[in-house]
Design a protein around this ligand. Sequence first.
Ligand SMILES: Nc1ncnc2c1ncn2[C@@H]1O[C@H](COP(=O)(O)OP(=O)(O)OP(=O)(O)O)[C@@H](O)[C@H]1O
Length: 734
Amino acid sequence: MSNQGYDEELRSERAYTAELYARLDREREQAARRFRAALGETGIALVERDADVRVRARETARLNVVDNGLCFGRLDALSGERSYIGRIGIFDSENDYEPLLLDWRAPASRAFYVATAATPEDMRRRRQFHTMGRRVVDFTDEVFGRPGDQERGDAALLAAVNAPRGAGMRDIVATIQAEQDEIIRLGHAGVLVVEGGPGTGKTAVALHRVAYLLYTQRERMSRSGVLVVGPSPVFLDHIGRVLPSLGESDVVFTTTGGLVPGLRVTAEDAPGIAELKGSLKILDVLAAAVADRQKVPDEPVPVELADVTVALDADVADEARLEARRTELPHNEARQVFREVAVRLLAERAVAVIGQGWLSREDQGAWANLRADVREELAEHEELAAALDALWPSLTPETLLAPLYMSPRRLEAAGADPSLFRVDGGAWTVSDVPLLDELADLLGRDDAAERAAAKQQAEEDEEYAGGVMDLLKLDREELDEDVQLVATDLLYAQDLAGRFAERDTRDLAERAVEDRDWTYGHVVVDEAQELSEMDWRVLMRRCPSRSFTIVGDLAQRRSAAGAKAWAPVLAPYVRDRWQYRELTVNYRTPAEIMTVAGALLAEFAPDARVPESVRACGIRPWSRQVADGDLQAAIDEFAQDEADREGTSVVIGPEGVPGAIPPSAAKGLEFDAVLVVEPERILAEGPRGAAELYVALTRATQRLGVLHREALPQALSGLAEAGLPVSAGHRRFL
Ligand SMILES: Nc1ncnc2c1ncn2[C@@H]1O[C@H](COP(=O)(O)OP(=O)(O)OP(=O)(O)O)[C@@H](O)[C@H]1O
């Protein structure tokens, strides 16, 4: 294209996008007006107003987030038809709702991502805009079918992957690649496993798939929501902006340590313990531990009645226990059966003694009356109730598991490994969370306890509502008219509290996260190789429809309890009915760094495939040996050097290196520059040291340096050696 032709085209594209923005602004104004109107609505029930306000707030937020790079491409078909592709759909209301901008998720946008010279999909040209805010700065064209006419087809992608990283991950809608697009739009409704080496865009793809599912199955998904499970709170923070930037809410982000409502656990067990707790074999231990809390008395317990004293002894308790267990009800729900059978048996004994001598076989009515009286007396007998409670106590997951860990005797009785013993039973680790969740099912509901909790909640709500009323009264003079109407509407605190209970106005995400019985429409599991068999049970319970996008890389597994292959992990839930896709191109790590990481991978996982880097960056990763006393100075020098550069940096090292984070904390993250300290110690630490080092080496988008004190591990010999002194050697390669 001639320069003049290019300039004209650019002008015309700018005019087109300016028109799109003008329409967006108009829509936005209307949405803002609707939002304000919804806020001020007074003639309708509160619950309707709340729902309306929520819908309007969402509408406004959705329009706000698409402002940046609203339109990022154009597709010209062989037929001459031209479509613009962007973050949302915009239609011409005056012209039969002709699409002016296609949502990237719409079926018609697919060709934009998958058309290639080899398979042009009836397309003539793909045009990608380079935008800054609202302005189209530049564009690049790929013309299909004419060799030699392929102008800078990868320019947009390379610009995106080369850009310095800021806080958090960005969406990739403008540059989704064909192999990624296929996964994002895959129609498979069940379990999908996406595997790929570091930086292949697994996380990005999984999140864009969520956005796609929310777009194509809006009704179902926005009713039940989507759960995204990641390895750490820092990681969740890193990825947390991607979906909102695509206008999506209704998504719950959590770690496996947060899967049980009310708990936010991050502590980890030693690898051996994590492995024991993560295996399905622990299910037998839990079942035995529950059974161990269903006792018979060592000594008979005397139960004094008005006319006779009977003994709650091992025979009675044993028979009651047998009947209660036979119901196969969860422990807490079977308590009632245990109590009833025990009372019945004791009543028989008491009646036999009381009736002896003055009632004959024929006195059936009198026997029945006596039996009823005695049963009533027993049912109301406080000491008996306490004794039965002690034999078959009401339990919560916490009150079962903590005492189990704290007692070698209980552990032995449950057939558990003695190494599970710990002094502080309630110091929960992430490996305990699936056990607590399992126990919630094994123990079942305890109606009495739940009633008490509900009562307490109601009282708290009432107190809160009372507080709100006080506030409203205090501020009455300052309130505007609308709110005053609301205030006079709220007559009694109890009434207000009742409204809280009836009409849950929390967001879907809030409701879902607080409800163990919530079932999600779709679940994304990131870094899925880290999850134990027991973690999978929790997740499968949360999504009975088995609609999963599972992304991971077996080679990066650090957890001893994690997956060694996908099939055995999934078979218990879906047998072989799951799909597998692979991503093969690395968009993060430049070729220079990947060569070094690949050499390490070849050593510890010779069968794993090294993803191919999409670019080289021209900077060789380096290593430098430092004496003990020089380590800190060398780290400081790296930090200073990076402080002057754009982008992000990190120091990754084994425990005890000041200012360094461990490889586990860097999982799934990326930085422009990475300094790996003492790789030899990372390698030697724990059974998965090599995988940890592999993760550490593959976090950099541009620059990688390695500081070592002892000999450099053989696998890293591809690093350029930077000699002493510190500054000269280090800077030469950065
Ligand atoms: N099509 C794309 N266009 C632009 N950037 C992309 C594309 N695909 C991936 N990226 C970028 O590559 C980087 C790595 O992606 P991501 O974190 O999803 O990889 P990953 O496979 O999850 O890596 P890891 O296994 O190491 O956690 C991110 O910065 C992401 O935005």
